[in-house]
Design a protein around this ligand. Structure first.
Ligand SMILES: CC(C)(COP(=O)(O)OP(=O)(O)OC[C@H]1O[C@@H](n2cnc3c(N)ncnc32)[C@H](O)[C@@H]1OP(=O)(O)O)[C@@H](O)C(=O)NCCC(=O)NCCS
Length: 160
């Protein structure tokens, strides 16, 4: 029998990835508000659920609760990640990675050429995750965020 030590990293969370529905929006909004200084409004998620170019998977735990979600656009050769967040108490347990795997698998299946996103330079956790997947910084959008912080534009090239 494996004996767990308090210093061990938390075990990966068992989740399933499913499409977001309107019923998920209260849980999604709670995660969104807890995750960002400038959270999306409810109407922004509603709009993405109706947008045919938008994909909006959620990660659910074994009890069916939403522990993470992402929103990304399929725009010809480009996939664009608009949003990704994991509930605070479920972080560092592989949920972000599973959502990223879903995006990349989708993009490869669609033969997309690259995946792009914007990220705050101060967001060390997200930048570490993107870099782990091979995203590289290709530019800066000055004063992109409401509080005036720049955005780093990061890209993952899917073709040589
Ligand atoms: C970024 C975020 C989605 C990562 O989700 P997560 O479920 O914690 O990520 P994972 O456990 O799958 O980790 C994936 C990798 O990301 C990196 N990472 C995640 N959190 C990190 C942290 N706090 N510090 C350093 N690296 C981190 C690691 O490389 C990690 O791989 P490892 O666990 O093998 O070392 C999560 O921190 C979050 O919701 N942040 C708030 C919302 C946000 O900033 N979204 C991004 C907007 S651009």
């Amino acid at each position: 029998m494996a004996i767990r030590d308090d210093n061990d990293p938390p075990a990966p969370l068992r989740v399933r990835i499913e499409p977001m529905t309107r019923k998920d929006l209260p849980e999604v909004m709670a995660i969104e508000r807890a995750s960002f200084a400038d959270p999306w409004a409810l109407v922004a998620f509603e709009r993405e659920l109706d947008n045919e170019f938008s994909r909006t998977p959620v990660a659910r735990d074994e009890d069916g609760r939403v522990v993470g979600y992402t929103v990304y656009w399929v725009a010809g050769p480009e996939y664009h990640i608009l949003n990704i967040a994991v509930r605070e108490d479920a972080r560092r347990r592989g949920v972000g990675r599973l959502l990223m795997n879903r995006i990349i698998a989708d993009a490869l299946r669609d033969k997309a050429e690259f995946i792009a996103l914007e990220v705050r330079p101060s967001n060390l956790a997200a930048r570490a995750m993107y870099r782990k997947y091979g995203f590289v910084t290709v530019g800066i959008r000055p004063h992109y965020y409401h509080d005036g912080e720049d955005a780093e534009v990061m890209i993952l090239h899917l073709r040589p």
